[in-house]
Write a protein that binds this ligand. Structure first.
Ligand SMILES: Cc1ncc(COP(=O)(O)O)c(C=O)c1O
Length: 470
């Protein structure tokens, strides 16, 4: 039965029978949103959808590139007839990554699809080099790698939990190592180095307990986003994983779908891992997405390092399988235009500086007085707030209070979008809010973000006090 109501939605997403707020238009960092019949004219896009926007909205240069790309676009099935646009985008990404890190790239349409492809590329790599027993994938507790069944299987969070009966085997295939979460799990008196050593030791033990010759890959998000709230890895953590992977001849993979492609790069370039790893320690394979197309096109990808490419080249020299819309010429041309504009205008450098300024200002402003914020953390253009009932004990709010999502609504009423999430501590409890503005933000925009977020924290604190929860 159709629900005859102007608030009914015909799109199967979010709330099924209720229309979500609709975006009407956008310019730069601001969007106009219609919600419950009311037009919100000046909403600062603090999260750019889901950390997607790099160039901001309504970029006329990109509109021009899209027009040209549409005129020149001809679809072919990419495994049979390729195109120059996908070649050029791959060359650009490889040339703007540390020398020798990557040698090849696959383009697809979403981060989930990128991770699915990466899992299959890694599996075939093990077959190509005569290691068929290597099937096991080690990822992390409290992680998110996408919503397809394979990507959910290598994730660990409330979304995955609900589908566990139909996911890949969690005991024999998709193993989980402990989360890396210093704010909560670094012990009192423990140094960063000691915490790191403890985590690396537990990874090594997991490998030893599960027959090292059957382990295929270790995979982590460089800077976890929606799962954990932009928790930077402590010094030595990622290089420790690299070392263990080398020791046991296991593939080292990074997921940079949310944190990569310029969002948090210290060198004006692309990869987030450049904050933590040398070129020699680069991942063997990496997934990317989101800011690659900056929301103008649906594109994501897998970057393949020399070790993996060589095994294929010296083996079958063939990749099994492909997707209809892989290497899509239009998407690749627009993504290349986006990335060239970002590079030519030093926008990665801009978001790294302004993002860090935003983070420091939020820290200074929010941690200086009594409110619900327990921690402010992040790097460059990717930051989070973690909410606690008690700053000393770090006690979270009860799950049923839904603080993360309610904070998101309060922010919207105060004219800023953020992403509220729950379950960061143990898959159920814990509340965070994420910020990931466009790379084009100015110092004035930073002030606007800090003002609107601070006001929202104050409003939410008052609300929880009135309810007797704080
Ligand atoms: C780290 C990470 N990997 C993969 C994905 C999945 O990307 P998509 O939603 O484009 O499928 C996400 C989405 O947020 C993500 O944060």
């Amino acid at each position: 039965m159709t629900v005859e109501n102007e608030n009914n939605s015909y799109v199967f997403q979010g709330y099924i029978t209720k229309k979500l707020p609709h975006v009407k238009r956008g310019e730069g960092c601001r969007i106009v949103v219609e919600k419950d019949g009311k037009l919100h004219e000046d909403v600062f896009d603090g999260i750019t959808g889901a950390a997607v926007g790099a160039l901001g909205w309504g970029d006329e240069d990109i509109h021009g590139i899209m027009t040209e790309a549409a005129k020149n676009h001809t679809y072919t099935f990419p495994s049979l007839i390729g195109n120059s646009q996908s070649e050029e985008l791959a060359k650009f990404y490889i040339e703007n990554s540390p020398k020798g890190a990557f040698e090849s790239a696959l383009w697809c349409c979403s981060g989930s699809e990128a991770n699915e492809n990466a899992m299959k590329i890694i599996r075939q790599y093990q077959l190509e080099r005569g290691q068929p027993k290597r099937t096991k994938i080690i990822s992390r507790e409290s992680s998110y790698h996408g919503f397809t069944l394979g990507a959910l299987s290598i994730s660990s969070n409330p979304r995955a939990e609900q589908f566990k009966e139909i996911l890949m085997d969690q005991k024999e295939l998709c193993l989980k190592m402990p989360v890396c979460y210093p704010y909560r799990f670094m012990k009192k008196g423990e140094t960063e180095e000691e915490y790191c050593a403890r985590l690396i030791h537990s990874l090594e033990q997991l490998i030893l307990d599960n027959d090292p010759e059957t382990i295929s890959v270790v995979l982590v998000e460089t800077l976890p986003g929606s799962s954990l709230g932009t928790t930077p890895p402590p010094k030595g953590y990622l290089s420790g994983i690299r070392r263990i992977c080398n020791k046991y001849d296991v593939v080292f993979m990074l997921d940079e779908v949310m944190c990569g492609t310029g969002r948090s790069n210290p060198n004006g370039k692309l990869n987030c891992w450049e904050n933590f790893l040398t070129a020699e320690e680069a991942p063997d394979i990496q997934s990317v997405g989101k800011t690659l197309g900056s929301g103008y096109v649906t594109i994501a990808g897998v970057l393949v390092g020399p070790k993996i490419k060589k095994a294929y080249a010296e083996g079958s020299n063939c990749m099994i399988g492909s997707h209809t819309y892989a290497s899509h010429g239009f998407n690749c041309a627009v993504a290349l235009g986006v990335q060239k504009k970002i590079l030519d205008n030093d926008l990665t450098k801009n978001i790294f500086e302004k993002g860090n300024l935003m983070g420091q200002k939020l820290k200074k402003s929010l941690l200086a007085y009594d409110n619900i914020v327990g921690d402010v953390r992040g790097i460059g253009g990717f930051w989070s707030l973690e909410f606690v009932k008690d700053r000393e004990t770090k006690e979270p709010f009860p799950y049923k209070l839904d603080v993360g999502h309610r904070f998101q609504d309060v922010c919207f009423e105060n004219g800023i979008t953020v992403m509220g999430m729950q379950g960061n501590i143990d898959g159920v409890s814990g509340d965070i809010a994420l910020l990931a503005p466009s790379f084009i933000i100015t110092e004035d925009d930073v002030s606007t973000i800090v003002e609107r977020v601070t006001k929202s924290v104050d409003d939410m604190t008052v609300l929880l006090k009135a309810e007797g929860h704080f």
